[in-house]
Design a protein around this ligand. Structure first.
Ligand code: NDP
Length: 460
């Protein structure tokens, strides 16, 4: 046979693992190189450990709510090292499962860093071994950036941590400053706040979560202030320095903030550095992302790329979906384009923010005249719990066709609800379909099928 393998996958994260397994099960001779730990960002330093920390952070509020229901747990105490040790144990278990499943499918795993030597040859840097392969899948993911942009290289930036280090801190910081206004900044702000840290969020824009529905962003800002998180908007660091055991950050607003840790959550960069893709004729975009067509094919016809390294939609289920489409296209003779429409997503703040479909702004920009149905209410749990928590739900409906274009929820269990609403939107549900669905009482989700009166209409 001409090549050592039919397919060589670079990267053992969500996309790489799924593609390698499915291609091997389809009969291909497959190998995969992962330089660190199998599971990638999602399993090792992203979605899964993050969600475990989110659960941990919510017990403090659950205890507050319990008082209204007659419970008294005495003096609550939280131990960070216990949480981190238990989290690490679970992550190691998952990593083992990932490895076993890939091996069971017949994939050869190289614990090594693979770089391109020529279009069909990869060099494994640790072992010095060269492998040849007919097809290659780049699934190397991305990593947190520490660069605030060329005009904003901050002195002392190396004193800051990113989400990678946040999962392994020796102790819980008493005061933490978090820079950014995206998913990671908001999630970690709520995690640290719930665990007892004083949190200051520094964001350069006018309100966090750019791209999400404005109403939800306002509700989130309000909720953060009410919970005691400090939110500094229109604000950026200009300098960070260490003074004794504490860090000092100077901002463009002239403020000096003292804290124990500073976390940068200002976006992620594709992992293509030193991969030498140019030796295989693979083109990169401006941010270093691998440029792909609708079938995830790169500019080199036998090389494909999926997941965060392509900088399309940076979400685990999307990487997995792209991997499945790649296998269908390349190994099952069934050309399949990944579907990037109706991708539900959630920001795991407390409470959560879940969304699927268009925001008001995007619906108007696409030329839809819209009817908006929204409801804000105090969830039943909090009637006895006593805290001033509110849920906001919104349906955006095309005024002409009655089709539901978007659903947005800021409230408890938003992520769980939105997952199912995504099915409805994918099926093309209309507002009439929502109205004709029996409510399930008493739930928060029943609001979505009982919003009879239009809140307002808008024209493009
Ligand atoms: P995001 O792209 O979500 O947010 C980056 C944030 O950093 C934005 O608020 C951006 O501001 C700000 N920023 C960018 N550059 C600078 C700069 N030079 N100075 C100051 N601020 C800056 O990135 P994240 O790192 O939070 O997350 C990466 C991706 O990972 C997300 O896009 C998401 O898809 C995925 N993810 C998903 C999660 C989930 O599903 N729950 C959880 C975590 C991550 P501005 O808005 O002004 O551009």
């Amino acid at each position: 046979m001409k090549y050592d393998y039919d397919l060589f996958v670079i990267g053992g994260g969500s996309g790489g693992v799924r593609a390698s397994r499915m291609a091997a099960l389809a009969g291909a001779r497959v190998a995969l190189a992962e330089e660190w730990r199998m599971g990638g960002t999602c399993v090792i330093r992203g979605c899964i450990p993050k969600k475990l920390l989110v659960y941990a952070s919510q017990f403090s509020e659950n205890v507050l709510d319990a008082a209204g229901y007659g419970w008294d747990f005495g003096q609550a105490r939280f131990d960070w090292p216990t949480l981190i040790a238990n989290k690490d144990k679970e992550i190691a278990r998952l990593e083992g499962l990932y490895t076993t499943n890939v091996q069971k499918a017949g994939v050869t795993i190289y614990q090594d860093r693979a770089v391109f030597e020529d279009p069909h040859t990869l060099l494994l840097l640790n072992s010095g071994k060269r492998v040849t392969t007919e097809k290659i899948l780049i699934a190397t993911g991305n990593r947190p950036t520490r660069e605030m942009g060329t005009s904003h290289v901050i002195p002392g930036g190396d004193l800051c941590i990113t989400s990678d280090e946040a999962f392994h801190l020796k102790e819980l910081p008493k005061r933490i400053l978090i820079a950014g206004g995206g998913y990671i900044a908001l999630e970690f702000a709520h995690i640290f706040h719930g665990l007892g840290s004083h949190v200051s969020l520094v964001y350069r824009g006018d309100k966090p979560l750019r791209g999400f529905d404005d109403g939800m962003r306002d509700a989130l800002c309000e909720s953060m202030k009410q919970r005691g998180l400090e939110v500094l908007l229109g604000c950026e660091f200009t300098k960070v320095e260490k003074r004794g055991s504490c860090l000092r950050a100077e901002t463009n607003k002239g403020a000096v903030i003292e804290c124990d840790q500073i976390m940068l959550a200002i976006g992620r960069m594709p992992n293509t550095m030193a991969l030498h893709v140019e030796k295989a004729g693979v083109e990169l975009g401006k941010r270093g992302e691998v440029k792909v067509d609708g079938y995830s094919a790169t500019s080199a016809p036998h090389i494909y790329a999926v997941g965060d390294v392509t900088d399309r939609v940076q979400l685990t289920p999307v990487a997995i979906h792209e991997a499945m489409c790649f296998v269908e296209t390349v190994f099952k003779n069934n050309p399949t384009k990944p579907d990037h429409i109706h991708v539900p997503s959630a920001v795991f703040t407390t409470p959560e923010l879940g969304a699927v479909g268009l925001t008001e702004a995007k619906a108007l920009a696409q030329g839809h005249a819209i009817d908006v149905y929204q409801s804000t209410f105090k969830p039943l749990l909090h009637t006895l719990g006593g805290r001033p928590v509110r849920t906001l739900m919104k349906l955006i409906v095309d005024a002409k066709t009655d089709k539901v274009l978007g659903c947005h929820i800021f409230g408890d269990h938003a992520a769980e609800i939105i997952q199912i609403v995504a099915v409805c939107l994918k099926m093309g549900a209309t507002k009439k379909d929502f109205d004709g669905t029996m409510a399930l009482h008493p739930t928060a989700a029943e609001e979505l099928v009982t919003m009879r009166s239009k809140s307002y209409s808008r024209n493009p």
